[in-house]
Design a protein around this ligand. Structure first.
Ligand code: GLN
Ligand code: ZN
Length: 777
């Protein structure tokens, strides 16, 4: 056996270890620097990342890197440019598609928290249905230049271009009027032309990323894949194609996907961390085998988790070799997903803090168990070395690995996470119809807002001053109380019915809670690209989550002291906190959601004890956590909704529980929304033309509902007439048959990104519209 298995990478953080690219982009957007400076930084970030991988000993390096988003890069080299951008060119056009008024829409990339730019593939881009080719304006300079730069850094034999595959690309698009096969066919000549040029430029292989294969829909795309890959394989000639899949196993697509005419296939052996149903890749491989003429990219190093490998990776590779389906010379070790979703380097957490008292501190014992992208690259190499030696491999596989491997081999689900929690904790004391009578009664079309008010520069400055020690905690609280008083005063003056405190004290709806709960850790430099120049620092769940005392009662009490009107308590729900964090790996996500549910349940009780009778529990990320495979939705929704119910079930019958869900496409999970059993459901609605309202009405949804009446993402002030027409459309939908006191009037979402003048003007019109609608009944 070889001294070590081969290794490859399929993606790496693109923003730089110090977020250099973010700052370079922002400076360029502001006009403070030019194209040359931006490109210099971007190229340096890329070469540093590639050099790091080479230095770690990776044999073949996937050339990741982008100036904003890899889907936008694909749009650009394909020349699939919507007409409204055609008068522009170069970087100007690239960034016009990414941001500003006319920009492409953004959407979540599969089940990750990364947002990509949505390709528009209407007839104006792909040509009319009757035409033959597509009127694309390809420009291969981007991928060719990147390959040349990559070759210069890591050498010709190691530098492998990464392309988003054609089927995934079309699947991610909008507005396409052609069937999938025809749309793919229109792009194929351009894909083939690029493959030829990459081959001519000396690429030893080309990675084609097709994560759509891990979705339920992907399993139905066999014909499209077979046609596309036959053509591309021919065009590529002697250059091997490498089909790269991730985010989950291939499920029903496995038997045919591994037979596609490519030289290598990468498979995800781990799936999303803590999922109720583990990746079935090993089982699929045992059942169906693997083609003897192909290389297998084994995604065994967890690319979606910040935890170091516990021996599972080596154990998986040994199990894989034991199947006899793949020989060690055809096995290539890689990560289970591109490393772009991980922070760059754990080493940054271990450096001495600049301001000791304010910086989060990472205990060394914990650091020893963590690994960010750089450490994962090193892990790929060490795993490849260990796995090649059976003796060392046996020694490396600890108990955790054995348990994990059994789970993966048997496809066993998670342990029962609710066994010890009394069943009645998951339910409110009375059914909605009974408890609603005991709750706050208001006239038709009651008005409220979703929680946050403008986060002005002044509010953000206060937090910095507290952090740097220029304000004491008491001074800070006094000033925040002033902002709360202001928000309450504004709402009183506008005549809003149910008030909020405005969330001036919160940086972020997850961080605010994570910092106060036990078991969650914050990093100093654990930045992950959310989209373009925006990065987030997701907290890490590192231990059992515990309640350490009231988290939101102070702001509730401050606000309610200024008004006789009801003030909503404001919490982030368990599923959202979990979905926007890095979960533990030693227990299931479901179990962690229950721990959060139990902790937040105590906060609900604390708010009630403080006199609060309306409590809003935001769970906007509930839908995002849905597995890629539909057959796994039920088990996810079961624990996710249970966790929400565990949190809110403690509320007395007379306490009104409100929830807020951001994106309004819940049509396919209505039973789960219903099972949340919230007294009031507020949803983002104004951009979807009432689609969700219609679906709720058709499903006979019977509890209070607050469909957003205006878009909070735009500074445009909606008119009274506009909002009234929205309210009338809710009435016309027939929902709640005449119980207009249960149709709430509120904006789509929180107002933290808005300024005060437009906020006040919009809310004034909203209150007036509700009053007029009420009078006209
Ligand atoms: N209460 C939060 C706010 O108003 C809700 C934010 C959200 O739904 N994303 O900001
Ligand atoms: Zn929202």
């Amino acid at each position: 056996m070889a001294a070590m298995l081969s290794t490859t990478t399929i993606g790496f953080p693109r923003i730089g270890n110090q977020r250099q690219l973010k700052f370079a982009m922002e400076s360029y957007f502001k006009g403070d620097s030019g194209e040359a400076e931006l490109l210099a930084v971007a190229h340096k970030v890329q070469s540093d990342a590639w050099a790091l991988q080479k230095a770690a000993g990776i044999a073949v390096i996937g050339l990741d890197g982008t100036l904003y988003d890899q889907v936008l890069d694909t749009i650009t080299w394909l020349g699939a440019i919507p007409p409204r951008f055609k008068h522009l060119s170069g970087l100007q056009r690239y960034y016009a598609m990414a941001r500003g008024g006319a920009a492409l829409d953004m959407s979540k990339f599969f089940d990750t928290n990364y947002h990509y730019l949505v390709p528009e593939l209407g007839p104006d881009v792909l040509g009319p249905a009757t035409a033959a080719g597509a009127p694309l304006q390809p420009d291969f300079s981007g991928p060719l230049d990147k390959l040349a730069r990559g070759q210069a850094v890591v050498g010709r034999e190691r530098a492998v271009p990464i392309l988003i595959g054609p089927v995934t690309f079309v699947s991610l698009s909008r507005g396409c009027e052609l069937p999938l096969d025809q749309a793919v066919a229109r792009l194929l000549p351009t894909y083939c032309a690029l493959l030829q040029q990459l081959a001519a430029a000396g690429a030893p292989e080309v990675q084609l990323h097709e994560p759509v294969l891990a979705t339920s829909e992907g399993a139905g795309m066999r014909a499209e894949f077979e046609t596309a890959y036959a053509q591309m394989a021919q065009a590529a000639g002697s250059v091997p194609l490498h089909l790269v899949t991730y985010y989950d196993d291939l499920g029903a697509a496995y038997p045919w996907a591994v037979q596609l005419p490519v030289a290598a296939v990468t498979l995800d052996f781990l799936g999303p961390p803590g999922a109720a149903v583990p990746s079935q890749t090993l089982a699929l491989l045992q059942q169906h085998g693997f083609p003897a003429d192909k290389r297998l990219g084994a995604g065994v190093v967890d690319g979606r988790s910040v935890w170091k490998d516990d021996g599972t990776a080596v154990a998986l590779l040994r199990a894989l070799l034991d199947t006899g389906a793949v020989s060690s010379d055809r096995l290539v070790v890689t990560s289970s997903a591109p490393l772009q979703h991980l922070p760059y380097d754990l080493g940054l957490e271990l450096e001495a803090p600049k301001t000791p008292e304010a910086e989060p501190h990472l205990p060394p014992a914990l650091a020893a168990r963590l690994g960010f992208a750089k450490q994962k690259v090193e892990e790929i190499v060490s795993v490849a070395r260990l796995a090649a030696s059976p003796a060392a491999a046996a020694a490396a596989a600890g108990h955790g690995a054995v348990v994990q491997l059994q789970r993966l081999q048997q496809g066993k689900g998670v342990e029962d996470h609710t066994a010890d929690i009394p069943a009645e904790w998951f339910s409110r004391p009375k059914p909605y119809d009974v408890r609603r009578e005991q709750q706050l009664q208001l006239p038709a079309f009651p008005t409220t807002t979703i929680g946050s008010f403008p986060q002005t520069a002044e509010v953000r400055r206060l937090r910095q001053q507290l952090k740097s020690g220029r304000l004491t905690q008491a001074e800070y609280e006094g000033l925040i109380a002033g902002h709360i008083a202001h928000a309450v005063g504004v709402q009183e003056a506008l005549g809003i019915d149910v008030l909020v405190h405005g969330e001036a004290e919160r940086t972020d709806m997850v961080e605010y809670f994570g910092m106060q709960l036990g078991g969650m850790l914050f990093t100093r430099a654990g930045w992950v690209q959310s989209y373009g120049s925006r990065c987030v620092r997701p907290p890490l769940v590192v231990d059992d989550i515990t309640y350490r005392g009231p988290m939101t009662c102070w702001e509730y009490k401050v606000a309610s002291a200024y008004t006789r009107k009801p003030v909503k308590g404001m919490l982030t729900g368990p599923v959202t906190i979990l979905n926007w964090s890095f979960p533990r790996k030693d227990i299931s996500r479901a179990a962690q959601a229950m721990q959060l549910g139990l902790a937040l349940r105590q906060e609900v009780a604390a708010l009630e004890a403080a006199g609060c009778t309306i409590i809003q529990v935001d769970d906007p990320a509930l839908r995002e956590g849905l597995p890629l495979k539909r057959e796994r939705w039920a088990s996810y929704l079961s624990w996710a909704v249970d966790a929400f119910r565990l949190c809110t079930g403690v509320a007395a019958a007379g306490t009104q529980v409100v929830t807020h869900l951001c994106y309004s496409d819940f049509q396919d999970i209505l039973p789960a929304i219903d099972r949340m059993d919230a007294d009031v459901l507020t949803i983002e609605n104004s951009r979807s033309d009432n689609a969700m309202m219609a679906a709720l009405a058709a499903a006979g949804y019977g509890r209070d509902i607050g469909p957003g009446v205006y878009d909070v993402h735009s500074p445009v002030v909606p008119s009274v007439e506009f909002i009234k027409s929205r309210i009338r459309s809710f009435v016309d939908s027939g929902i709640l048959s005449g119980r207009y006191d249960r149709i709430w009037v509120n904006p789509d979402c929180g107002l933290k990104t808005r300024g005060w003048p437009e906020t006040i003007a919009a809310l004034r019109n909203m209150v007036e519209a509700a009053a007029q609608a009420r009078a006209e009944l």
